[in-house]
Write a protein that binds this ligand. Structure first.
Ligand code: ATP
Length: 777
């Protein structure tokens, strides 16, 4: 539990002094981590110190170590890089440098150090901790510190956070900054794709990653690149050059006008010879006659403004880092804060560093199997999904009878990821010898015979397309003539069905399943792939589209906050979508540093408004110089029927005693986002492949001899399921089993794993949440 409220606030006399530094290469989200660490430390009654320029600041001390107050980290969330600076510090690698660091820590009274950086930085932190007693003895001997100081600071607590765009650290599924970097890469490759398409060119794009192909692989999945080279998985063939050209030729023969190849900077062949972009360019030019260009993305990949995911990841890990400090005993090994299966973790730091080293070692001894195993569990699955959805490989099942005619239908409001999911289904299905059939405009379209078989090329470029290429319709099965739907499925020989959409898709599946006794046409494998910005579908922690939406909201809120800050003393009440689910309001609230999030799960009360008004009056009242920033309140559209967005803004205005002003902003359909975010593209691809596998599996379990049509007959409950992400696992839950956890009236799951984060929004934006005496602004 990220809030760990069992950890009490520190008594004043035993106050911890927590130093934070960022080190190694900068990564987006480091500032969010610093903000969370500083604010939670203060909230828990500790002192927070920023150590500037990484270990340089620790070694040099003086002005480079500064006590930070609540307001010092204001505005940090939306800024890329690291505001407290970073450096590669040679002197810290030497004992003399670390002795000086120890001296500065003792003299400042810092007894806990949180380091955010890559494996080098974390190793450095651990070296400091392991040498600490000897360093103190030496300082005492040299009479640079007193015996009392040596006794007081006998133990140094060290906690690591992984800030790295490469996602190259073991023991964590993802590192702070990697997703933002992926955003930048995808934007660049999407742009390159337009010019490649226009000129029918080939592009070889080099991305960062010396020993880690995460960025390259995920960029390839996200952009549907034709080929990818990563260090952990060199091409198996000795003649990979020819193999690659054959794949690219096939793609061109199918009618593709563009060719994109992504190369990690550490790409190698199986004999460890580097594979360089220029060499690939030469191959494409000489062997295929393609007009080929090389683009090296370079430092744009450092990311800049962090995406919503990195802000929240860094925030949650920052919170946990402070809690780890407060929990630590002299005997606990230094922990590294990570994330696994969507849960913040705390693991021995040196074990993680050691495992990370093993990847490089495995690659060096050509043990690529081991290198892949050391990556997180999704890595290999994504690699397989990439190959199976991108490279044409007609792998027809042995018997024609095993072929599926998969109906694909989009239901409900559009969501980012619907098109990438459809693309992946189509490509994977074709590779497996099945026939994907698009049902246009939802079930209405089905009733109007609006169906068409989709080809491999039809879905080219859909990874980057937002909205719904098939067209979507709000009407669920319950709104229509079920008998006619059965008839139409039968008429078009649809023997398996994939419903992509939000709660309407879910409730359609409930209805189809319910009517199986009446209509054999529904006795086919059916699966619902949750796709909605609201993230309210039962059976999954995440629906595709919700990440795209969060990023769209965060971008808009950043702009609104900028305007609010420029006008000084302005509070914006921003209305966000989500229906009866407060997911978007809470997660976006956390990512933009909102003062509060008003959500339907809690409702809005006069008491709550009063508390927020008191907070705003206090904050703006303290701001004598008029330099205070703007503030945001995020209100979900259904949070309250009485306290509408306008009413709340008006109440704020009339209660403001002239200290602040208020405005509203209703974000509306902007929240569906434009192009799907990389996270949604990756999730969509992974889940879509699993959906086809699910349909295949239930086809083979069917008892087709029972009935003439459908050719597949299955009415076991497992064959009508919702696919979901549970932690990092993909799960299928029979739709009937989800009914008990479904709030049909409010159209959402009764489970909301994110609900505790609502409190964190306030902890991080409001002084005195734990009733610690506030310090001046
Ligand atoms: P990135 O992933 O961006 O390379 P990193 O943290 O691995 O980040 P490094 O340059 O390896 O980056 O390390 C950053 C700093 O950490 C170094 O400049 C040095 O000050 C310190 N450091 C690294 N390794 C050690 C070590 N073995 N002992 C002491 N200090 C170290």
């Amino acid at each position: 539990d990220v809030l760990s409220s069992n950890i009490s606030t520190q008594p004043k006399d035993k106050k911890k002094r927590i130093g934070v530094l960022t080190s190694g290469g900068d990564s987006p989200g480091m500032n969010a981590a610093v903000r969370a660490i500083v604010r939670v430390a203060i909230s828990r009654g500790c002192d927070a110190y920023a150590i500037f320029e990484g270990y340089e600041g620790l070694v040099n001390g003086g002005e480079m170590i500064k006590k930070f107050g609540w307001a010092d980290v204001r505005g940090y969330l939306s800024i890329g890089g690291t505001l407290i600076g970073t450096a590669r510090c040679k002197s810290f690698r030497e004992r003399k440098g670390r002795l000086s660091a120890a001296y500065n820590l003792v003299k400042t009274g810092i007894d806990a150090l949180i380091v955010c950086g890559g494996d080098g930085s974390l190793t450095g932190a651990d070296v400091l901790r392991s040498e600490w007693p000897e360093l103190l003895d030496e300082l005492l001997k040299e009479e640079r510190i007193t015996a009392e100081e040596a006794a007081t600071y006998r133990h140094l607590t060290v906690v690591g956070l992984v800030g790295s765009i490469d996602n190259d650290m073991s023991s964590t599924d993802i590192t702070i900054g990697a997703v933002t970097s992926l955003h930048r890469i995808c934007e660049a490759v999407d742009s390159i794709s337009s010019t490649a398409l226009s000129h029918s060119r080939a592009f070889v794009v080099e991305v960062m990653g010396r020993n880690c192909g995460w960025l390259a692989l995920m960029a390839a999945v996200s952009t549907g690149a034709d080929f990818v080279f990563i260090p952990e998985r060199p091409p198996e063939s000795d003649d990979w050059e020819n193999e690659m050209c054959e794949v690219l030729k096939k793609h061109r023969q199918l009618g593709k006008r563009k060719t994109i190849i992504i190369v990690a900077e550490g790409a190698i062949d199986k004999n460890l010879n580097p594979i360089r972009p220029e060499y690939i360019k030469k191959l494409l030019t000489d062997r295929m006659g393609l007009d080929t260009r090389v683009t090296t993305l370079g430092h744009t990949q450092r990311g800049g403004k962090p995406c919503s995911f990195d802000r929240n990841l860094a925030t949650l890990q920052g919170v946990e880092a402070v809690h780890a400090v407060l929990r630590a005993t002299p005997d606990t090994p230094s922990p590294m804060i990570g994330i696994r299966e969507n849960k913040i973790t705390c693991e021995p730091l040196m074990k993680a560093v050691e495992l990370t080293r093993q990847v490089a070692e495995a690659i060096a001894r050509k043990d690529f199997k081991r290198a892949m195993e050391l990556r997180d569990p999704e890595f290999f699955e994504n690699y397989k999904a990439y190959i199976d959805t991108t490279i044409v490989n007609h792998n027809k099942p042995s018997s024609e009878n095993q072929c599926l005619r998969i109906g694909i239908i989009h239901i409900g409001a559009p969501a980012g990821g619907m098109n990438p999911a459809t693309r992946a289904v189509v490509r994977y299905a074709i590779n497996r010898g099945h026939t994907p059939v698009a049902i246009y405009n939802g079930f209405e379209g089905l009733l109007q015979d609006n169906l068409r078989e989709l080809s491999w090329l039809d879905v080219d470029g859909w990874t980057a397309k937002g909205g719904s290429e098939l067209g979507t319709h709000k009407m669920s099965v319950a709104d229509l003539d079920t008998g006619m739907i059965a008839y139409q499925l039968q008429k078009h020989r649809i023997n398996s069905l994939l419903l992509i959409g939000g709660f309407e898709a879910f409730s359609s599946l409930v209805e189809l399943n319910h009517c199986r006794d009446q209509y054999p046409a529904f006795c086919i494998p059916m699966v619902c792939l949750p796709a909605t910005i609201s993230n309210n579908v039962p059976g999954t922690d995440f629906s595709i589209g919700s990440d795209t939406s969060l990023n769209a909201i965060v971008e808009s809120c950043d702009a609104i906050k900028q305007s609010a800050s420029a006008s000084r003393r302005r509070v914006f009440v921003v209305e966000v979508h989500g229906g009866q689910s407060g997911y978007l309001a809470v997660l976006a609230g956390l990512a933009v540093g909102a003062t509060s999030a008003y959500i339907p799960e809690e409702g809005v009360s006069l008491k709550k408004l009063q508390l927020d008004i008191s907070h705003l009056l206090r904050r703006y009242g303290e701001d004598k110089k008029g330099t205070s920033s703007g503030r945001l309140i995020l209100r979900n559209e259904c949070a309250s029927s009485t306290y509408t967005t306008d009413v709340i803004a008006n109440i704020f205005k009339s209660e403001s005693r002239g200290l602040f002003d208020s405005r509203t902003s209703v974000l509306g359909h902007v929240q569906q986002g434009g192009a799907p975010s990389p996270t949604d593209r990756i999730r969509a691809t992974r889940l879509a492949v699993r959906c086809v596998k699910f349909l295949e599996q239930h086809m083979s379990h069917s008892t087709s001899e029972k009935i003439v049509f459908p050719s597949i007959y299955t009415n076991i409950k497992d064959s009508a399921a919702v696919i979901g992400i549970n932690g990092a696992q993909v799960v299928f839950t029979p739709v009937v089993d989800l009914l008990s956890e479904t709030d049909m009236k409010n159209r959402k799951s009764k489970k909301a794993w994110w609900i505790n984060l609502k409190e964190l929004v306030e902890i991080l934006s409001k002084w005195g949440y734990y009733e610690v005496e506030p310090e001046p602004n």
